[in-house]
Each structure stands twice: as structure tokens, then as C-alpha cells.
Design a protein around this ligand. Structure first.
Ligand code: ZN
Length: 499
């Protein structure tokens, strides 16, 4: 290995160690820390993030990258070394375009904005949050100005989560989905809510069943923990140390921890499946937000809400919750967990309406950035658009434009990746089924090894080696395409229709 490459790897490992330490503190904050630790923890995290950022944007890193340019030209472009140099160069060029003062302002505003948002949501007081939203938009526009124009200002924000993807590409996918999803919603039967949705679902049984599913999917005890939290998430400290979290609703089947566990296991398997040789480098994580979400949704929905899965797991699940489910046949249960109906809250939405919640946010955040919508008019614009898309109107801002934390934390450009993940999950599953034609039969037998191995080989092991577009091409044999997802929803909804 060249001296310069050795030095670069050493520098990146040190920066990665700081980022890992910050993740351990974040996990602890959300899983273990007593509430009183919050102010000190915020300082610790800000300090570690600042240090990691300062180490990364140094001129020395740029000089090492310049020294390595001739070597990179000689390397196989798919080799670990070539990918490391390429990805580091792109990250470094992006990070150094933003003045240190703006980076610091954005980071400070993000934590303050989230606090202001939490209070405003609690009190259903949008006006108290509006100054923070205005300030966030102002800083985001300054951030956009740090980069060369690519066509649309939103491109810059999207690029933070889906490197290289353009706004018009997302719009093409969403323009196809919007009318099709509304049609599917209109055709959905108007079922009565099932009484067994309200439980009881005792917490102990939820925990035991969640662990059983996590282990069956491939999250072994040696490398994964599962702990309770308020808003479930997954963090990895290394490919061999992955932390999953879940929550336990005892009176709502949709909030049963089995579903949130399957979701987080999907994220966790992606992180765990990375080649261990990539640990302590910028390549050692999932490729993009949409690809990450494609894996949580593949395990949670495409597998975890399928009839084959429940043919295998339902007897055990039913035995865990005899009071709620004793007299509920499998088909009725499966229909209830897949019911299509309009709802106010994105995170509670079913597979059909979820995309409409995302399209609403994608359209509104572009209007906010372009100035064609002011923050004063946001609540009304939100409510009107939800009514147009889903036929229902939020009775309060708390159930409307104050429901998500993302804008408060400065995460404009993130929302579309959730729905692109849904689209990709089915596209990847179709590809997998072409090579493992009996995949759903394996699911029905409770066998997941071959599916896990296919995904590891085609997607997980590469981490961030390739761009999202290249990675999608490799795992799905083509660019992002909404048709498999629409086909899947049509077939599923038709199969759920009453006989
Ligand atoms: Zn997720």
C-alpha cells in the first residue's frame, strides 16, 4: 500500500472512531440515559461531531487525495482502495464547500429547532414553531448557495441523502404513483375496524415474539441487541455490533413491536452485511437513505406482511396473544394488518396511502424553498393537500404539519427517500424472486437464509462502495422503476378483497 493511502486510511479510521463514539452516546441517550443527562449529552455530542468534522475538512486530507489521484487512475475502479479514494474525495469536496460558521449554525439550529418543535407539537401551537422554521429555511437556502447550480435548488438537499439523484427523477416516479395510488385507495373496501386490533397485546409476549422473528431473519445474538425506546431506530457501531430498538403498544396491533422490529432488523441486516474490511472507513454503511429504507420495508412489508409469512408465524403469534386472537382466523388477521384506509399520520399509514403522505411533503417542501408558499400559509396548504390526496382533513396542526420532526431538524430533502425505498423494496424483491423462484415458499417454511444471503451478496456487502444509481443497477438490474411496486399493491389489494 502507498504511504499516502496508509496515511489516508489512518486519518479516516480516527474520524470514524469519533463518529462511532458519538453513535454510542446517541444510542445510550435514547435507550438508557436518565432524562437529566440531556443537557450534558447535547454538549458531548456537539463536541464530538465538531471534532470529527474539523478533522475531515483539513487541507491535509485534500493534499492526501491529490497525492492519490495517480494511484487511483491505475487501480481497478471496483477495488476497495479505488472506491475509498473516490468516495472520500466526493465527501471531502462536499464538506469543504460549506463554511465552518454555516455548518455550526445549521447544527445548533437543528437541535434548538427540534426542541422548539417538540414543545409546539405538545401544545399544538404551530405559531410558536414558525420562527424556527423560517430560520431553518433561510440557512438551508444559504447552504444550497454553497454548491454549483444543477437545475433545481432542491437537488442539493436531495443529494445529501441520495447522492447524484436529481429532483426531476423523483418527480417522474411520484407523477406515476400519485394517480395510481389514489385509484387504489378509491377502490379499497370500506372495512369496519376489527375489534381485535385493540388487543390486549401483553408486552412480554411482544418482546419474546419480536426476538424470535429477529433471530429467524438472521439477527444473531452474537451481533445484535434489541432494546425498548420511544421512536424505534437502528444504529451500528461496527458491522459486528448492531443495536436495534423497538416499542410495545399493548392496545394497538399496528403498534405491535413485531412490526417495528422487522423494520429495524432490515436496517440492521444491511449494516451487519457490510464487508468487515470496510469497518472504520466511510464505506462501512448503507449506500443511501432510499436503499436503506428498501431493506427495512422488504423485511417489514414485502416479507413481514405477506400471507406466506403469517402462514408460518401466525400459530405462534396467536398463542402469544390468546385473549385478543384466539377466535381470529389467519385470513382475517392478515386482512386487518394490510387494510388500506386514509389516515392523518404518516407513520401509521398502510402501504397504499403511505406514498401519498410522502408526495404531500415532497411538494410542500419544494414550495417552501422556492418561496411560493410561506410558512404562515403552511398549515392550510397542508390540510388542503391532504384533503385533495386522501379525502380527510386534520382537525389540528398537531395531527397535520407538526407531526414530523424532519423539517425542525433541518432535514429537507429526506422525505422522498422513504417512498423511493418502498418502490425499491419491491423492485429488488422481484429481482430476487427471478433467481429464487420459491422465495415465498421458503418464507412459508420459516426459512430466510437463502433470501438473506442473496441480499448480502448483491447489496449489503458493498456498503458505500458505489453510487446509489450504480448500486440500484447492480441489485435491481435497472434504474428505479415504480411499476413493480404498483403491480405488487394491485395484486395484494385484490387478494384481500372479500370473497
Ligand atoms: Zn426505516
Amino acid at each position: 500500500m502507498s504511504d499516502a493511502l496508509d496515511s489516508l486510511r489512518r486519518e479516516l479510521a480516527q474520524i470514524s472512531d469519533l463518529a462511532t463514539a458519538a453513535r454510542v452516546l446517541e444510542w445510550d441517550q435514547l435507550v438508557m440515559m436518565p432524562a437529566g443527562g440531556a443537557p450534558a449529552r447535547a454538549e458531548n455530542l456537539a463536541g464530538l461531531h465538531r471534532l470529527a468534522h474539523e478533522l475531515f475538512v483539513r487541507d491535509e486530507i485534500g493534499a492526501l487525495l491529490d497525492d492519490l489521484a495517480p494511484l487511483q487512475a491505475d487501480l481497478d475502479p471496483e477495488s476497495d482502495d479505488a472506491c475509498l479514494i473516490e468516495v472520500t474525495r466526493r465527501d471531502w469536496e462536499k464538506a469543504t464547500r460549506v463554511p465552518a460558521a454555516l455548518t455550526a449554525d445549521l447544527s445548533k439550529l437543528s437541535s434548538e429547532g427540534m426542541e422548539a418543535w417538540a414543545r409546539a407539537r405538545e401544545e399544538d401551537d404551530y405559531e410558536s414553531f414558525r420562527p424556527w422554521l423560517d430560520r431553518t429555511l433561510e440557512l438551508k437556502l444559504r447552504y444550497i448557495d454553497c454548491f454549483p447550480a444543477t437545475g433545481e435548488p432542491y437537488d442539493v438537499l436531495l443529494d445529501d441523502f441520495e447522492r447524484g439523484m436529481r429532483t426531476h427523477e423523483v418527480r417522474t416516479v411520484f407523477d406515476r404513483l400519485k394517480p395510481a395510488l389514489r385509484e387504489l385507495l378509491a377502490a379499497a373496501p370500506d372495512d369496519e375496524a376489527e375489534p381485535f386490533l385493540d388487543g390486549p397485546y401483553p408486552r412480554e409476549a411482544q418482546h419474546e415474539l419480536s426476538l424470535a422473528v429477529a433471530r429467524a431473519f438472521g439477527a444473531q445474538e452474537m451481533h445484535f441487541r434489541l432494546d425498548p425506546t420511544v421512536h424505534p431506530f437502528c444504529l451500528s457501531f461496527a458491522t459486528q455490533d448492531v443495536r436495534l430498538t423497538t416499542r410495545y403498544a399493548e392496545d394497538d396491533l399496528h403498534g405491535n413491536s413485531v412490526f417495528s422490529t422487522m423494520h429495524e432488523v432490515g436496517h440492521g441486516l444491511y449494516e451487519h452485511g457490510g464487508d468487515p474490511a470496510l469497518d472504520r472507513t466511510p464505506l462501512a454503511t448503507g449506500c443511501s437513505s432510499a436503499l436503506h429504507e428498501s431493506q427495512s420495508r422488504l423485511w417489514e412489508n414485502v416479507i413481514g406482511r405477506s400471507l406466506p409469512f403469517w402462514r408460518w408465524f401466525y400459530p405462534r403469534f396467536q398463542a402469544g396473544f390468546p385473549e385478543a386472537l384466539r377466535d381470529v382466523p389467519l385470513e382475517r388477521f392478515h386482512r386487518a394488518i394490510n387494510r388500506t384506509q386514509p389516515s392523518l399520520i404518516r407513520v401509521d399509514a398502510d402501504e397504499t396511502t403511505y406514498g401519498l403522505h410522502i408526495i404531500l411533503r415532497f411538494e410542500l417542501e419544494q414550495e417552501l424553498l422556492s418561496g411560493s408558499l410561506t410558512t404562515a400559509d403552511l398549515p392550510e396548504a397542508w390540510n388542503a393537500k391532504l384533503e385533495e390526496l386522501l379525502g380527510i382533513r386534520p382537525p389540528s396542526d398537531r395531527l397535520g404539519c407538526l407531526q414530523d420532526v424532519h423539517w425542525a431538524g433541518g432535514m429537507f430533502g429526506y422525505f422522498p427517500t422513504y417512498q423511493l425505498g418502498n418502490v425499491l423494496s419491491v423492485q429488488i424483491w422481484e429481482r430476487l424472486q427471478a433467481e429464487l423462484p420459491d422465495a415465498y415458499e421458503q418464507v412459508e417454511r420459516g426459512e430466510f437464509e437463502a433470501i438473506h444471503e442473496w441480499l448480502r451478496e448483491r447489496l449489503y456487502r458493498h456498503g458505500r462502495r458505489f453510487t446509489p444509481a450504480e448500486t440500484i443497477e447492480r441489485v435491481a438490474d435497472g434504474p428505479i422503476d415504480p411499476e413493480p411496486y404498483l403491480r405488487y399493491l394491485r395484486e395484494k389489494n385484490a387478494s384481500l378483497a372479500p370473497a
